[in-house]
Design a protein around this ligand. Sequence first.
Ligand code: ZN
Length: 193
Amino acid sequence: MINNSSILLSFLLFLSVIGYHKNMAKLPVKTFPDKVLKEKTSPVTDFDSDLQKLIDDMIETMYAAPGVGLAANQVGISRQLVVIDASARDENSSLIVLINPEIVCAEGTEDSEEGCLSLPEYTTVIKRAKKIKVKGLDREGEPLEIESDGFLAKVLQHEIDHLNGMLLIDRIGRIKREFFNKRYAREQTAGKK
Ligand code: ZN
């Protein structure tokens, strides 16, 4: 049976959901060769409301792309912050907000086919560590430790590369890089027509 208080509760819930979405904003993603992607980011020191807003906007941007991870410098903020959701390919994984991350242990190697929101329509196979352990902080500044030998391990390494100013194309060999450069130059010429 529906009573007045449950109607009121549903209405308040509805308002909070609407409000929540209204406060989140999709941010433009920086693409190669934007300079901010090449710079090493600096650590996050203030866990204030501006940071919380940036995190929410980054989560919204990642899901909208859609992507499995996003680093703050990909939206033009040169800070050590990433958001990740590898759950589509890693059932043990869920939404992660990781701040000032550091790889403390890396074992084995494995080929990994990767793409990047900052390199649209480009994918390549690169070598990554198979298993890694990462230490960092969560969105409240509490210590966080993540260990993975699955898809999440690759996403973590990809996002931490971003924070160090590294893109996929900085990890490929000379010949692959020449192909990428030619393709990019071709696309630029086509775009100008
Ligand atoms: Zn990327």
